[in-house]
Write a protein that binds this ligand. Structure first.
Ligand SMILES: Nc1nc2c(c(=O)[nH]1)N[C@H]1C(S)=C(S)[C@@H](COP(=O)(O)O)O[C@H]1N2
Ligand SMILES: [Mo]
Length: 388
């Protein structure tokens, strides 16, 4: 099934995990090479795209083993503009603003926005034909059936493979845009980002966008992989350490939709900022909608700790003005924003940002603490500014 691993760069103990400089990251609506974050739970397999196959099995009438080439030739390709975000993005703020958490100390850069292209997962599953009991209400009950997505090519830190799952209901809805991406930004995927094939589940925590995909299994159970069962969940606040978390892992649902969010990239906390000619500070950042509720429709910015707010100018890199693009096509994307706000000169100044998406989800002032530091979405903040 998986092609041979010819080379690995990083060990199981020390996988590649890094994020770009945040001021660089927000320079482009479509994130260019060099500005992607890397999140790996194990080494990066270097697979042969000519021979690599994906097995489709489980509750299907016709299990198949298909090469990437066949996938490309047999199924229509779809282009999806979507942000990919690790559920642990902004963890550093959660642990420093609220309380210590467990996990990689991500700043605000564990996210990027890309143009993904490949066949829809639902087309492949329709080809294999779902075979589930007729009384199983999987179309309306997301807990009834799942699509397990797996990569057996390398071991991971906590398991001997990587896997996740999403509800079959989501996978089968064409408008959910779940694709098997073969291309990112018009080029084949790079080995780091899943070459030759990865899932892209727009609006959903990055953990479900399985890289180096080699198996798709339709099942009434979720993936049994560690990263589906014992990670990437918003545990209740009573779970305060590994031990007390134990009893909650099974009763807590896996993270699916990411929350509405925004961060301030410029200025950055601790900076000295000079007021412009209008006595204002230029503020820039990105904003993300909740799950399927995009696009972001509003970002408000305050230079006086919430007393007054100004609307930021939102940008989709001009793509919102292109024919055939607009709302629907950009609903999975981030938006970049810019505002000019009044801030009183002095030390210890703060600027806040607050995003709202098209279904009215508003970013909250306070974030919710959770042991693994996931899904943090308190107001974006630049603090300890010295304004002069
Ligand atoms: N096979 C495999 N897929 C994976 C992972 C992994 O470790 N192995 N990490 C997941 C997580 S947690 C995230 S956030 C994204 C990161 O994708 P990127 O490295 O392309 O940014 O990939 C997901 N897919
Ligand atoms: Mo992640």
């Amino acid at each position: 099934m998986p092609s041979k691993v010819v080379e690995t760069e990083h060990s199981v103990e020390e996988p590649l995990n890094c994020e770009p400089d945040i001021a660089e990251l927000i320079k482009n609506f479509i994130t260019p090479k060099g500005n992607f974050y890397d999140r790996n739970h194990g080494p990066i397999p270097h697979l042969d795209g000519e021979t690599h196959t994906v097995q489709v099995d489980g509750a299907v009438e016709t299990p198949i083993i298909i090469t990437v080439k066949e996938l490309q030739e047999k199924f229509k390709s779809h282009t999806v503009i979507a942000a990919l975000q690790c559920a642990g993005n902004r963890r550093h703020t959660m642990r420093t603003e609220i309380k210590e958490v467990q996990g990689i100390d991500w700043s605000d850069g564990a996210v990027f926005n890309a143009v993904w292209r490949g066949p829809r997962l639902c087309d492949i599953l329709n080809h294999a034909k779902i075979k589930l009991p007729p009384d199983l209400d999987w179309k309306t009950n997301p807990d009834a059936a799942h699509v397990q997505l797996a990569c057996y090519a390398t071991e991971t830190q906590e398991d001997n493979w990587y896997g996740s799952s999403i509800p079959l209901a989501r996978a089968m809805r064409p408008e959910a845009d779940v694709i098997l991406a073969l291309e990112m930004n018009g080029e084949p995927l790079t080995p780091e980002h899943g070459y030759p094939i990865r899932t892209v589940v727009p609006g959903v925590a990055g953990a479900r966008s399985v890289k180096w995909l080699d198996r798709i299994t339709v099942s009434t159970s979720q993936s049994s992989n560690f990263y589906q069962v014992h990670d990437y969940k918003v545990l209740p606040p009573e779970a305060v350490d590994r031990e007390s978390a134990q009893k909650f892992w099974h009763s807590t649902p896996p993270i699916e939709d990411m929350p509405v969010n925004s961060i301030i990239a410029v200025p950055s906390s601790g900076e000295k900022v000079e007021l412009d000619a209008d006595s204002k500070v230029e503020v820039r950042g990105y904003a993300l909608p909740k799950g399927e509720d995009g696009p972001v429709v509003r970002v408000e910015v305050s230079g006086d700790e919430g007393e007054t707010w100004v609307d930021a100018k939102l940008s989709w890199g001009g793509m919102d003005k292109m024919e055939g693009e607009g709302g629907e096509r950009l609903k999975w994307a981030w938006c970049l924003w810019e505002a000019h706000v009044v801030v009183q000169p002095g030390r210890g100044r703060r600027i806040w940002s607050k995003a709202t998406d098209s279904r009215g989800n508003v970013q909250p002032q306070e974030g919710q603490w959770t042991l693994r530091g996931v899904c943090y979405n308190a107001y974006g903040e630049a603090k300890d500014l010295e304004v002069f």
